[in-house]
Write a protein that binds this ligand. Structure first.
Ligand SMILES: [Zn+2]
Length: 470
């Protein structure tokens, strides 16, 4: 399931129609709460999805390795925004869904990741990146969207947006500067050269990177179109593209193409984003090229689940499972459909299967399994739910939504201090320290001083954010 922590503007199918309104709403939210990350966290456009996170991690892993960067446990953060953006803080890779759905091949995204890795290896914006790495994901998104919105406003000459953006900068402190993660031209040349080296080391072509950057270059002259934050932070003059083209074409791997299995996963990711975030017309557009491909049938099953008949969606998903029995995400979709038609035990079986097949060991699948077990509602299933939810947050510590389910499960078991502590954790990871402390203190009152849960509660109570970007 591709899910947002808390929907901001109703159903996802309305997203494409209200793309502009969405950006405005986000901006308004940022301005209103620039001093309070917690309120922003409620509207933050992060989407979570086991399949897409695993795929992007698979894109990044070989490149990070070639760049000599830490490649264990890269956190992928999917930002629900239709513009193109991607950046790495060190241990986290932020990428807009707009970038993923625009890219026709894995190579286009891999090229951008290689370029970002080049900036890291070159030590560009190191100080800022270190600050970002210490910050919580939600706080970074709040800050960056504020800055991005401001830049977009300035560029499109929209007085209202630009004016609002200034408010973000004033409230958000030094992090929300226009220059946030913006690079010098010399740094761009260095990053391009490094990117080619990483692509060569992994036997991949630079054509995807060239295609993406050339597209930005040509879009510079178009007024009134969507401003991609990536293009603003990475200057792309004509001569840079020309130099890059020479490097790309010198590579022995210039004609290398993505492995078919990876391209298939990429196609499935694109159609999934279209189905959940953009609506049926977008799915139809992607299906048109090859209506009988596995990706097209996946998109069809998903939109049948989202907009149509769950029974028909179940049949379509069963056909997908028959074709790829080891695909965890087909099992996950089956679980989602079964939850929708109120068959939680069958859903739990499907999620358990998905989790057992998942090489990426995503905590999200375990959280879905935990939710299904909660819905079954027997004391035994509730106990299993608590176990799975704890395993889920163990793999995925910043998943503040999962703590809410965990708190609910503990509450149903009558374990009130555990429920309070889980609620505290949820607030803590959402950046709402005030409520985190309130619930941590509440938990402590019923816990034995010095026991592990009491100590964890004390950590939350003692926590003080070290800088403005919490
Ligand atoms: Zn760059």
């Amino acid at each position: 399931m591709l899910s947002r922590p808390r929907p901001l503007i109703g159903e996802s199918k309305s997203l494409s129609r209200t793309a502009r309104g969405f950006a405005t709403l986000l901006l308004a939210a940022t301005v209103a709460v620039s001093s309070s990350v917690s309120a922003f966290a409620q509207s933050v456009p992060v989407v979570r999805d086991a399949e897409i996170e695993a795929l992007v991690r698979d894109y990044a892993r070989p490149i990070f390795k070639a760049a000599g960067l830490a490649n264990d446990g890269i956190d992928i953060v999917l930002v629900n925004d239709q513009s193109f953006n991607a950046f790495v803080t060190g241990r986290r890779l932020f990428v807009n869904t707009g970038a993923l759905v625009t890219a026709e091949t894995p190579n286009e995204i891999i090229g951008v990741i290689a370029h970002e890795a080049g900036h890291i290896a070159g030590g560009h914006q190191q100080k800022l990146r270190d600050q970002l790495d210490r910050a919580k994901t939600m706080a970074i998104i709040a800050t960056l969207l504020g800055a991005g919105a401001m830049v977009a406003g300035a560029t499109t000459n929209s007085r209202g947006l630009a004016g609002a953006g200034m408010g973000v900068a004033a409230g958000g402190g030094e992090m929300a500067q226009r220059s946030i993660l913006a690079y010098q031209r010399t740094e761009e040349i260095t990053a391009d050269r490094s990117a080619i080296a990483y692509l060569n080391a992994t036997g991949q072509s630079g054509m995807g990177m060239l295609k993406t950057f050339a597209r930005f270059q040509s879009a510079l002259s178009l007024a009134g179109t969507q401003v991609d934050p990536y293009r603003i932070s990475h200057p792309m003059p004509q001569e840079r593209i020309a130099n890059l083209e020479v490097l790309v074409k010198q590579s022995p791997f210039v004609n290398a193409v993505d492995p078919p299995a990876l391209q298939q996963r990429h196609d499935m990711m694109r159609i999934k984003i279209a189905a959940y975030m953009q609506g049926q017309a977008a799915v139809a557009r992607l299906m048109r090229k090859n209506p009988t491909s596995l990706a097209s049938r996946y998109g069809d099953a998903q939109q049948t689940y989202l907009y149509g008949n769950p029974g028909a969606a179940l049949t379509k998903t069963a056909a997908l499972i028959k074709e790829q029995p080891k695909n965890p995400y087909f099992q996950e979709l089956r679980g989602d459909i079964l939850m929708k038609i109120n068959k939680p035990q069958d859903a739990a079986d499907a999620y358990a299967k998905a989790a057992s097949l998942d090489p990426a060991r995503s905590g999200l699948l375990l959280v879905s399994l935990g939710q299904a077990l909660m819905a079954v509602g027997t004391p035994d299933s509730l106990k299993k739910a608590v176990t799975q939810l704890n395993n889920g947050v163990g793999r995925d510590k910043e998943n503040s939504e999962a703590y809410r389910f965990l708190a609910q499960a503990y509450g149903e078991q009558g374990d009130i201090p555990a429920a309070d502590l889980a609620t505290a954790e949820g607030h803590y990871y959402a950046g709402d320290y005030k409520n985190a402390k309130i619930f941590a203190m509440r938990a402590q009152q019923k816990l034995k001083r010095g026991e592990p849960r009491w100590v964890r509660a004390q950590d939350i109570i003692n926590y003080t954010p070290s800088n403005k970007l919490k």
